[in-house]
Design a protein around this ligand. Structure first.
Ligand SMILES: NC(=O)c1ccc[n+]([C@@H]2O[C@H](COP(=O)([O-])OP(=O)(O)OC[C@H]3O[C@@H](n4cnc5c(N)ncnc54)[C@H](OP(=O)(O)O)[C@@H]3O)[C@@H](O)[C@H]2O)c1
Length: 243
């Protein structure tokens, strides 16, 4: 199968690439990015790095150019991990953050669907604090969390209108990985949103890949779902070293 990864240069997307290169069900990994995506560190001897191809996209808001569309054609799934995170959004203009988080995602979904195989699985990375109910008053990051909720709503609506598209929205709390250790302050924040405050980076990535390869088991995947799926499908030596 052919997998597209958006956000491949990031913390989550990089791990998606690393595990996708090790996954024998995936024959082609297209990293859609604004710069060349390197073969990840710790890919390991089980990785087939020849499967990785970067496709550089310059304008993420318009209809994708023909040479990009050609490379995305025949894809079976996309894992979308491209966004401005809450922490990074604090130093950015909210209109730009909205453009990147909302417009790029929905435009990407539409462009990919037009040339993808059927069914096309779109596995989206969101977060546990993201709120779909636009009437809620939120005590912190109000505008950002509602804006990301609108992205989730638009993805779900698109799938409802487009039977050939299956979507899974992942809503992890904290993601524990190299350079991102668990910490008590964030544990108390994430615990307010559910019983599974942390997911390991490799388990999140493996769970997303599993949804892309084997089909969507649940439209909304919370921390406990991601830990259950990820830990079930990963072998011990698939986990990224925590250095
Ligand atoms: N990290 C966490 O603990 C955590 C927890 C819960 C949920 N999440 C969610 O997981 C997702 C991924 O987070 P992350 O931690 O992997 O973020 P990240 O490391 O900051 O990666 C963000 C990715 O988005 C791309 N991107 C950002 N702005 C772009 C632009 N203007 N044009 C093109 N690409 C752009 C980046 O590409 P460049 O390298 O080109 O900038 C990078 O590949 C987000 O939705 C986040 O909210 C993260």
């Amino acid at each position: 199968m052919k997998l597209i990864v958006a956000g491949a240069t990031g913390f989550v997307g990089g791990e998606i690439i690393r595990l996708a290169l090790r996954n024998k069900s995936i024959t082609s990994v297209v990293a859609l990015a604004r710069k060349e995506v390197p073969v990840p560190k710790h890919a390991g001897t089980e990785a087939d790095t020849s499967k990785l191809k970067t496709v550089v996209l310059e304008d993420w808001e318009k209809t994708y150019p023909e040479h990009v569309i050609q490379q995305l054609s025949g894809a079976d799934a996309c894992v979308w991990a491209l966004a401005v995170t809450p922490t990074k959004s604090k130093d950015a203009n909210f209109e730009d953050v909205t453009k990147i988080c909302y417009d790029y995602t929905i435009n990407g979904l539409k462009n990919m669907t037009s040339v993808a195989n059927k069914p096309f699985r779109f596995v989206y990375t969101s977060g546990v604090t993201v709120e779909r109910d636009q009437t809620k008053a939120l005590p912190f990051l109000h505008d950002y969390r509602l804006m990301r909720g609108r992205v989730e709503n638009a993805i779900l609506e698109f799938a409802k209108q487009t039977p050939a598209v299956e979507v899974a929205i992942t809503k992890p709390g904290g993601i524990e990985g190299p350079g991102h250790p668990k910490n008590d302050a964030m544990t108390s924040v994430w615990t307010q949103f559910g019983p599974t405050p942390w997911v390991h980076l490799s388990e999140l990535a493996a769970a997303m890949i599993e949804q892309a390869v084997s089909g969507v088991s649940k439209e909304t995947l919370w921390g406990n779902d991601l830990v259950e799926i990820g830990s079930r499908v990963l072998k011990k030596d698939d986990y990224v070293p925590m250095e």
